[in-house]
Design a binder for this molecule. Structure first.
Ligand SMILES: NC(=O)c1ccc[n+]([C@@H]2O[C@H](COP(=O)([O-])OP(=O)(O)OC[C@H]3O[C@@H](n4cnc5c(N)ncnc54)[C@H](OP(=O)(O)O)[C@@H]3O)[C@@H](O)[C@H]2O)c1
Length: 283
């Protein structure tokens, strides 16, 4: 299972680009610093995509971290094109995906991508063609493991017939469990589940009920919900995103927070509390 290589808490780089995940960050030096701090603090799994910027996050990663530590795994993705801030559209034509992989290799200045996700399955292109070209590039040694992102159960079943799916990256947090069935499938099939937006894009960190509970535990809301994820499933490798080194240190420290079943239930109850969490149930 690739989870051993990824570690249980990595780092998501999507927030390191400009507004709407478009263009350069307001403070590119901060993005570089944050990446270096994450790796210095022990992160060994950095999640990115050619679409973040586009291309910006991958360039920051190379600038901040090349030459890379031997045990650092950079997971990147291809197959989502950009039309402007917060605009994304899939393109799964095999010749385009081949170019995506080649360009990520060049931007990151590596010979092989440890984990490469098909960012979205393009409904306009046969899945066998999309995963077929990634499989070819795996055989060529340019991709280590193949992952899929934002998939439903049927898409995952089809993908698993075509390639060895090492990781699934779907939206999932204590507040959004639409992918629970996918998570359970991953657990039973030695697939690592990488929940994206594990902090509900930051909303969970300002929950009053979680805040109160965190004080009792001598911890923080972010640490509670990250620890809850790790306790919830042994297949999870989380990738919280942040532009703030202090938050990254805090998030990594969640690994050391071991929960009992009762602790986990208390966190669950705090998140479900309708009086204190205005965001619950929202997309
Ligand atoms: N596959 C896909 O389609 C897909 C889609 C979305 C995201 N992703 C990946 O998943 C990663 C994580 O998702 P995400 O970044 O969207 O959301 P997230 O990790 O749920 O939340 C990030 C937000 O939480 C805040 N935050 C982080 N740690 C905190 C802490 N300890 N205390 C308080 N606030 C904290 C950050 O603000 P600060 O900067 O202030 O810390 C940021 O605004 C992305 O970076 C990306 O790599 C993948």
């Amino acid at each position: 299972m690739i989870l051993k290589t990824l570690g249980r808490i990595g780092f998501g780089s999507m927030q390191l680009t400009g507004s709407g995940h478009w263009g350069a960050a307001d403070d590119p030096e901060n993005s570089i610093r944050v990446l270096r701090d994450a790796v210095s603090a022990g992160v060994r799994h950095i999640d990115t995509a050619d679409a973040y910027g586009p291309f910006t996050a991958e360039k920051y990663i190379r600038k901040a971290l090349h030459p890379y530590p031997d045990d650092l795994l950079i997971a990147t993705k291809g197959g989502l094109t950009r039309q402007g801030p917060n605009k994304w559209a899939p393109c799964g034509r095999p010749e385009y995906l081949r170019q995506c992989v080649e360009m990520s290799l060049r931007r990151l200045q590596i010979d092989r991508i440890g984990l490469y996700y098909l960012h979205r399955i393009d409904p306009a292109v046969p899945v066998a063609d999309q995963l077929g070209v990634l499989s070819d590039m795996q055989t060529e040694g340019k991709i280590g493991h193949i992952g899929v992102s934002k998939v439903n159960a049927e898409q995952l079943r089809v993908a698993s017939r075509l390639v060895t799916v090492a990781a699934v990256q779907n939206k999932y947090s204590i507040a959004d469990r639409h992918s629970e069935n996918i998570l359970r499938h991953c657990e039973s099939n030695d697939i690592t589940f990488v929940p994206y937006a594990p902090l509900a894009t930051g909303a969970l960190t300002s929950s009053r009920a979680l805040g109160k509970l965190a004080v009792r535990y001598g911890t923080t809301p972010a640490q509670l919900v990250l620890a809850w994820l790790l306790h919830h499933s042994h297949a999870i490798a989380a990738i919280p995103g942040s532009r703030c080194s202090a938050h990254i240190y805090e998030n990594i420290a969640a690994i050391d927070l071991s929960l009992t079943r009762d602790d986990s239930a208390a966190i669950d109850a705090a998140v479900s509390s309708p009086t204190s969490i205005g965001w619950a149930g929202q997309e």
